[in-house]
Design a protein around this ligand. Structure first.
Ligand code: MLC
Ligand code: AMP
Length: 452
């Protein structure tokens, strides 16, 4: 799976750079083999996925040992962390570049197989996060399809600064580089200045990152010499697309994916790209729109070799994610251009799935964290439109004797930082329909404007 590691670039001193530190593939393999020796035979290993060379080496080491890797958000609160460790049965592991692999023959390659390679925890609309099991075969199929779509090769220098515990930053942003052999520069944080300094040919970002770059003309101008800018994880607003085009000369390519499916639809390098569209299905992927009779938009459903193996230990949830005839239900509402097959993502079917800064956040998980506070009697969490983040988390609560800041801190103590509400609004009751179901759409109307 990590085909480049044993290829011709073994001694390239800066094959992988993370947050300012570089390693050759040889050095990376050395540190990874130490990890592989430590974890051999484990059920799964968890890695605190800080932006560091150690994270890359720990992931590679576990893959070499054939042990599934569970990347953890480094700022995950204790409750979230415990849930993930308990659910996956993973043991924590770390890498050490000062230490080489142990004696004896060392593995240097990972065969592509249907066995679990990664378990990524992701929020549903309710309940705690579920483990999405991804096989090496699914990952390899996706990376090869993307390499083809983006003409991504060992000639490239890939630059990004995305978190290493999700598909975008880890699968595309790290494993993609280790499969194609492109040099990798991870900037630590995805700031416009860091992207500008990195001198890459291929750049990945979530829309929030691109929007911040488009707001800094000097940083944006530094990307003019790149070959391809790619956006994904949430919808790229058309004004950001146009801003980037004006400042960099590049029309960014947008691609669409999910933790459960990996990237399935994408624009092509050298192809025509239009703002607001995510291109066409990758080779091997079939899509369909489940629309009501006469309607053009509906739920996007798909099948193909990049799909997950299931939710860990949750056959019920896995079954519910598929239609009776075996298509995966994305929960995204989309339309397909009849003439050229180009896909457009229109929105999400559920208000309970929030996308903020490209992070997927289940409203239910944040609501449950709020309801654990003794002074909160009701909580409804929604994603409000936000110019920087796409959506920002707003919590409507019924509570007395507690401040919004205290509730935000309380959530942060339980869950990762990006799941904290940006705003807490106090209301007298959550609006409900006759069945008692919260009417969340009403919360974002004038009726519930801030009154505190
Ligand atoms: C954040 N902060 C808060 C807060 N939330 N403070 C108070 N209250 C809150 N509710 C703090 C932060 O800790 C930070 O502090 C500061 O505010 C700025 O936060 P921010 O505005 O969130 O900016 P930043 O941290 O820079 O985050 C923006 C971002 C981030 C774009 C860098 O959202 C990000 O990395 N997104 C990527 C998500 C991603 O990779 N998704 C892919 C999923 S896979 P301080 O002190 O630290 O500065 C997928 C599949 C696919 O979707 O298709 O790709
Ligand atoms: P995650 O599981 O974190 O990978 O989030 C997957 C979700 O991100 C999808 O279901 C979409 O709602 C959203 N998404 C990813 N890429 C795009 C895109 N290019 N445009 C719009 N939404 C996207």
């Amino acid at each position: 799976m990590l085909t480049a590691l044993t290829g011709v670039y073994g001694d390239r001193a800066d094959a992988v750079t993370v947050a300012g530190r570089s390693a050759s593939y040889e050095q990376l393999l050395g540190a990874a083999q130490g990890v592989a020796a430590d974890v051999a035979g484990a059920r799964a290993v968890a890695v605190s996925a800080t932006p560091s060379l150690e994270t890359v080496a720990a992931v590679v080491g576990a893959l070499l040992a054939g042990v599934p890797v569970v990347p953890l958000a480094p700022d995950a609160g204790p409750a979230e962390r415990e849930h993930i460790l308990r659910d996956s049965g993973a043991v924590m592991v770390g890498a050490d570049f000062a230490r080489r692999g142990t004696e004896g023959p060392q593995k240097t390659s990972v065969p592509v197989s249907g066995e679990p390679a990664l378990i990524l925890y992701t929020s549903g609309t309710t309940g705690p996060p579920k483990g999405v099991v991804l096989s090496g075969a699914a990952i390899a199929a996706d990376l090869d399809a993307l390499a083809d779509a983006w003409q991504w090769s060992a000639e490239d220098t890939l630059v990004h600064g995305l978190p290493l515990f999700h598909v975008h930053g880890l699968v595309l942003g790290v494993l993609g580089a280790l499969r194609t052999g492109s040099r990798l520069v991870h900037t630590g944080r995805p700031t416009p200045e860091a992207y500008a300094r990195a001198g890459g040919s291929l750049y990945f970002g979530v829309p929030t990152v691109w929007s911040r770059i488009a707001a800094e003309p000097d940083a944006a101008a530094a990307l003019t010499g790149a070959r391809l800018l790619v956006s994904g994880s949430a919808a790229l607003p058309a004004p950001v697309f146009r801003g980037l085009e004006a400042l960099t000369g590049h029309r960014p390519v947008e691609r669409y994916g999910m933790t459960e499916t990996l990237i399935t639809v994408s624009g092509r390098a050298g192809g025509e790209v239009r703002p607001g569209t995510v291109g066409t299905p990758l080779p091997g992927i079939r899509t369909r729109i489940a629309a009501e009779a006469g309607a053009e938009i509906g739920e996007l459903q798909l099948t193909g070799p990049t799909l997950f193996s299931g939710y860990l230990g949750r056959p019920d949830a896995t079954a519910a994610a598929y239609t009776e005839d075996g298509w995966f239900r994305t929960g995204d509402i989309a339309a397909v251009d009849e003439a050229d097959g180009v896909h457009r993502i229109v929105g999400r079917a559920s208000v309970d799935m929030i996308k903020s800064g490209g992070y997927r956040i289940g409203a239910g998980e944040v609501e449950n964290a709020l309801l654990d506070h003794p002074r909160v009697s009701e909580a409804a969490v929604v994603g409000a439109p936000d110019p920087d983040l796409g959506q920002r988390i707003v919590a409507f609560v019924v509570a007395e004797g507690v401040t919004g800041a205290e509730l935000t801190d309380f959530v942060a103590a339980h869950l990762s930082v990006h799941k904290r509400p940006r705003e807490v609004r106090f209301i007298t009751a959550v609006p409900r329909n006759a069945m008692g179901k919260p009417q969340k759409k009403r919360l974002l109307t004038d009726e519930f404007e801030e009154r505190t």
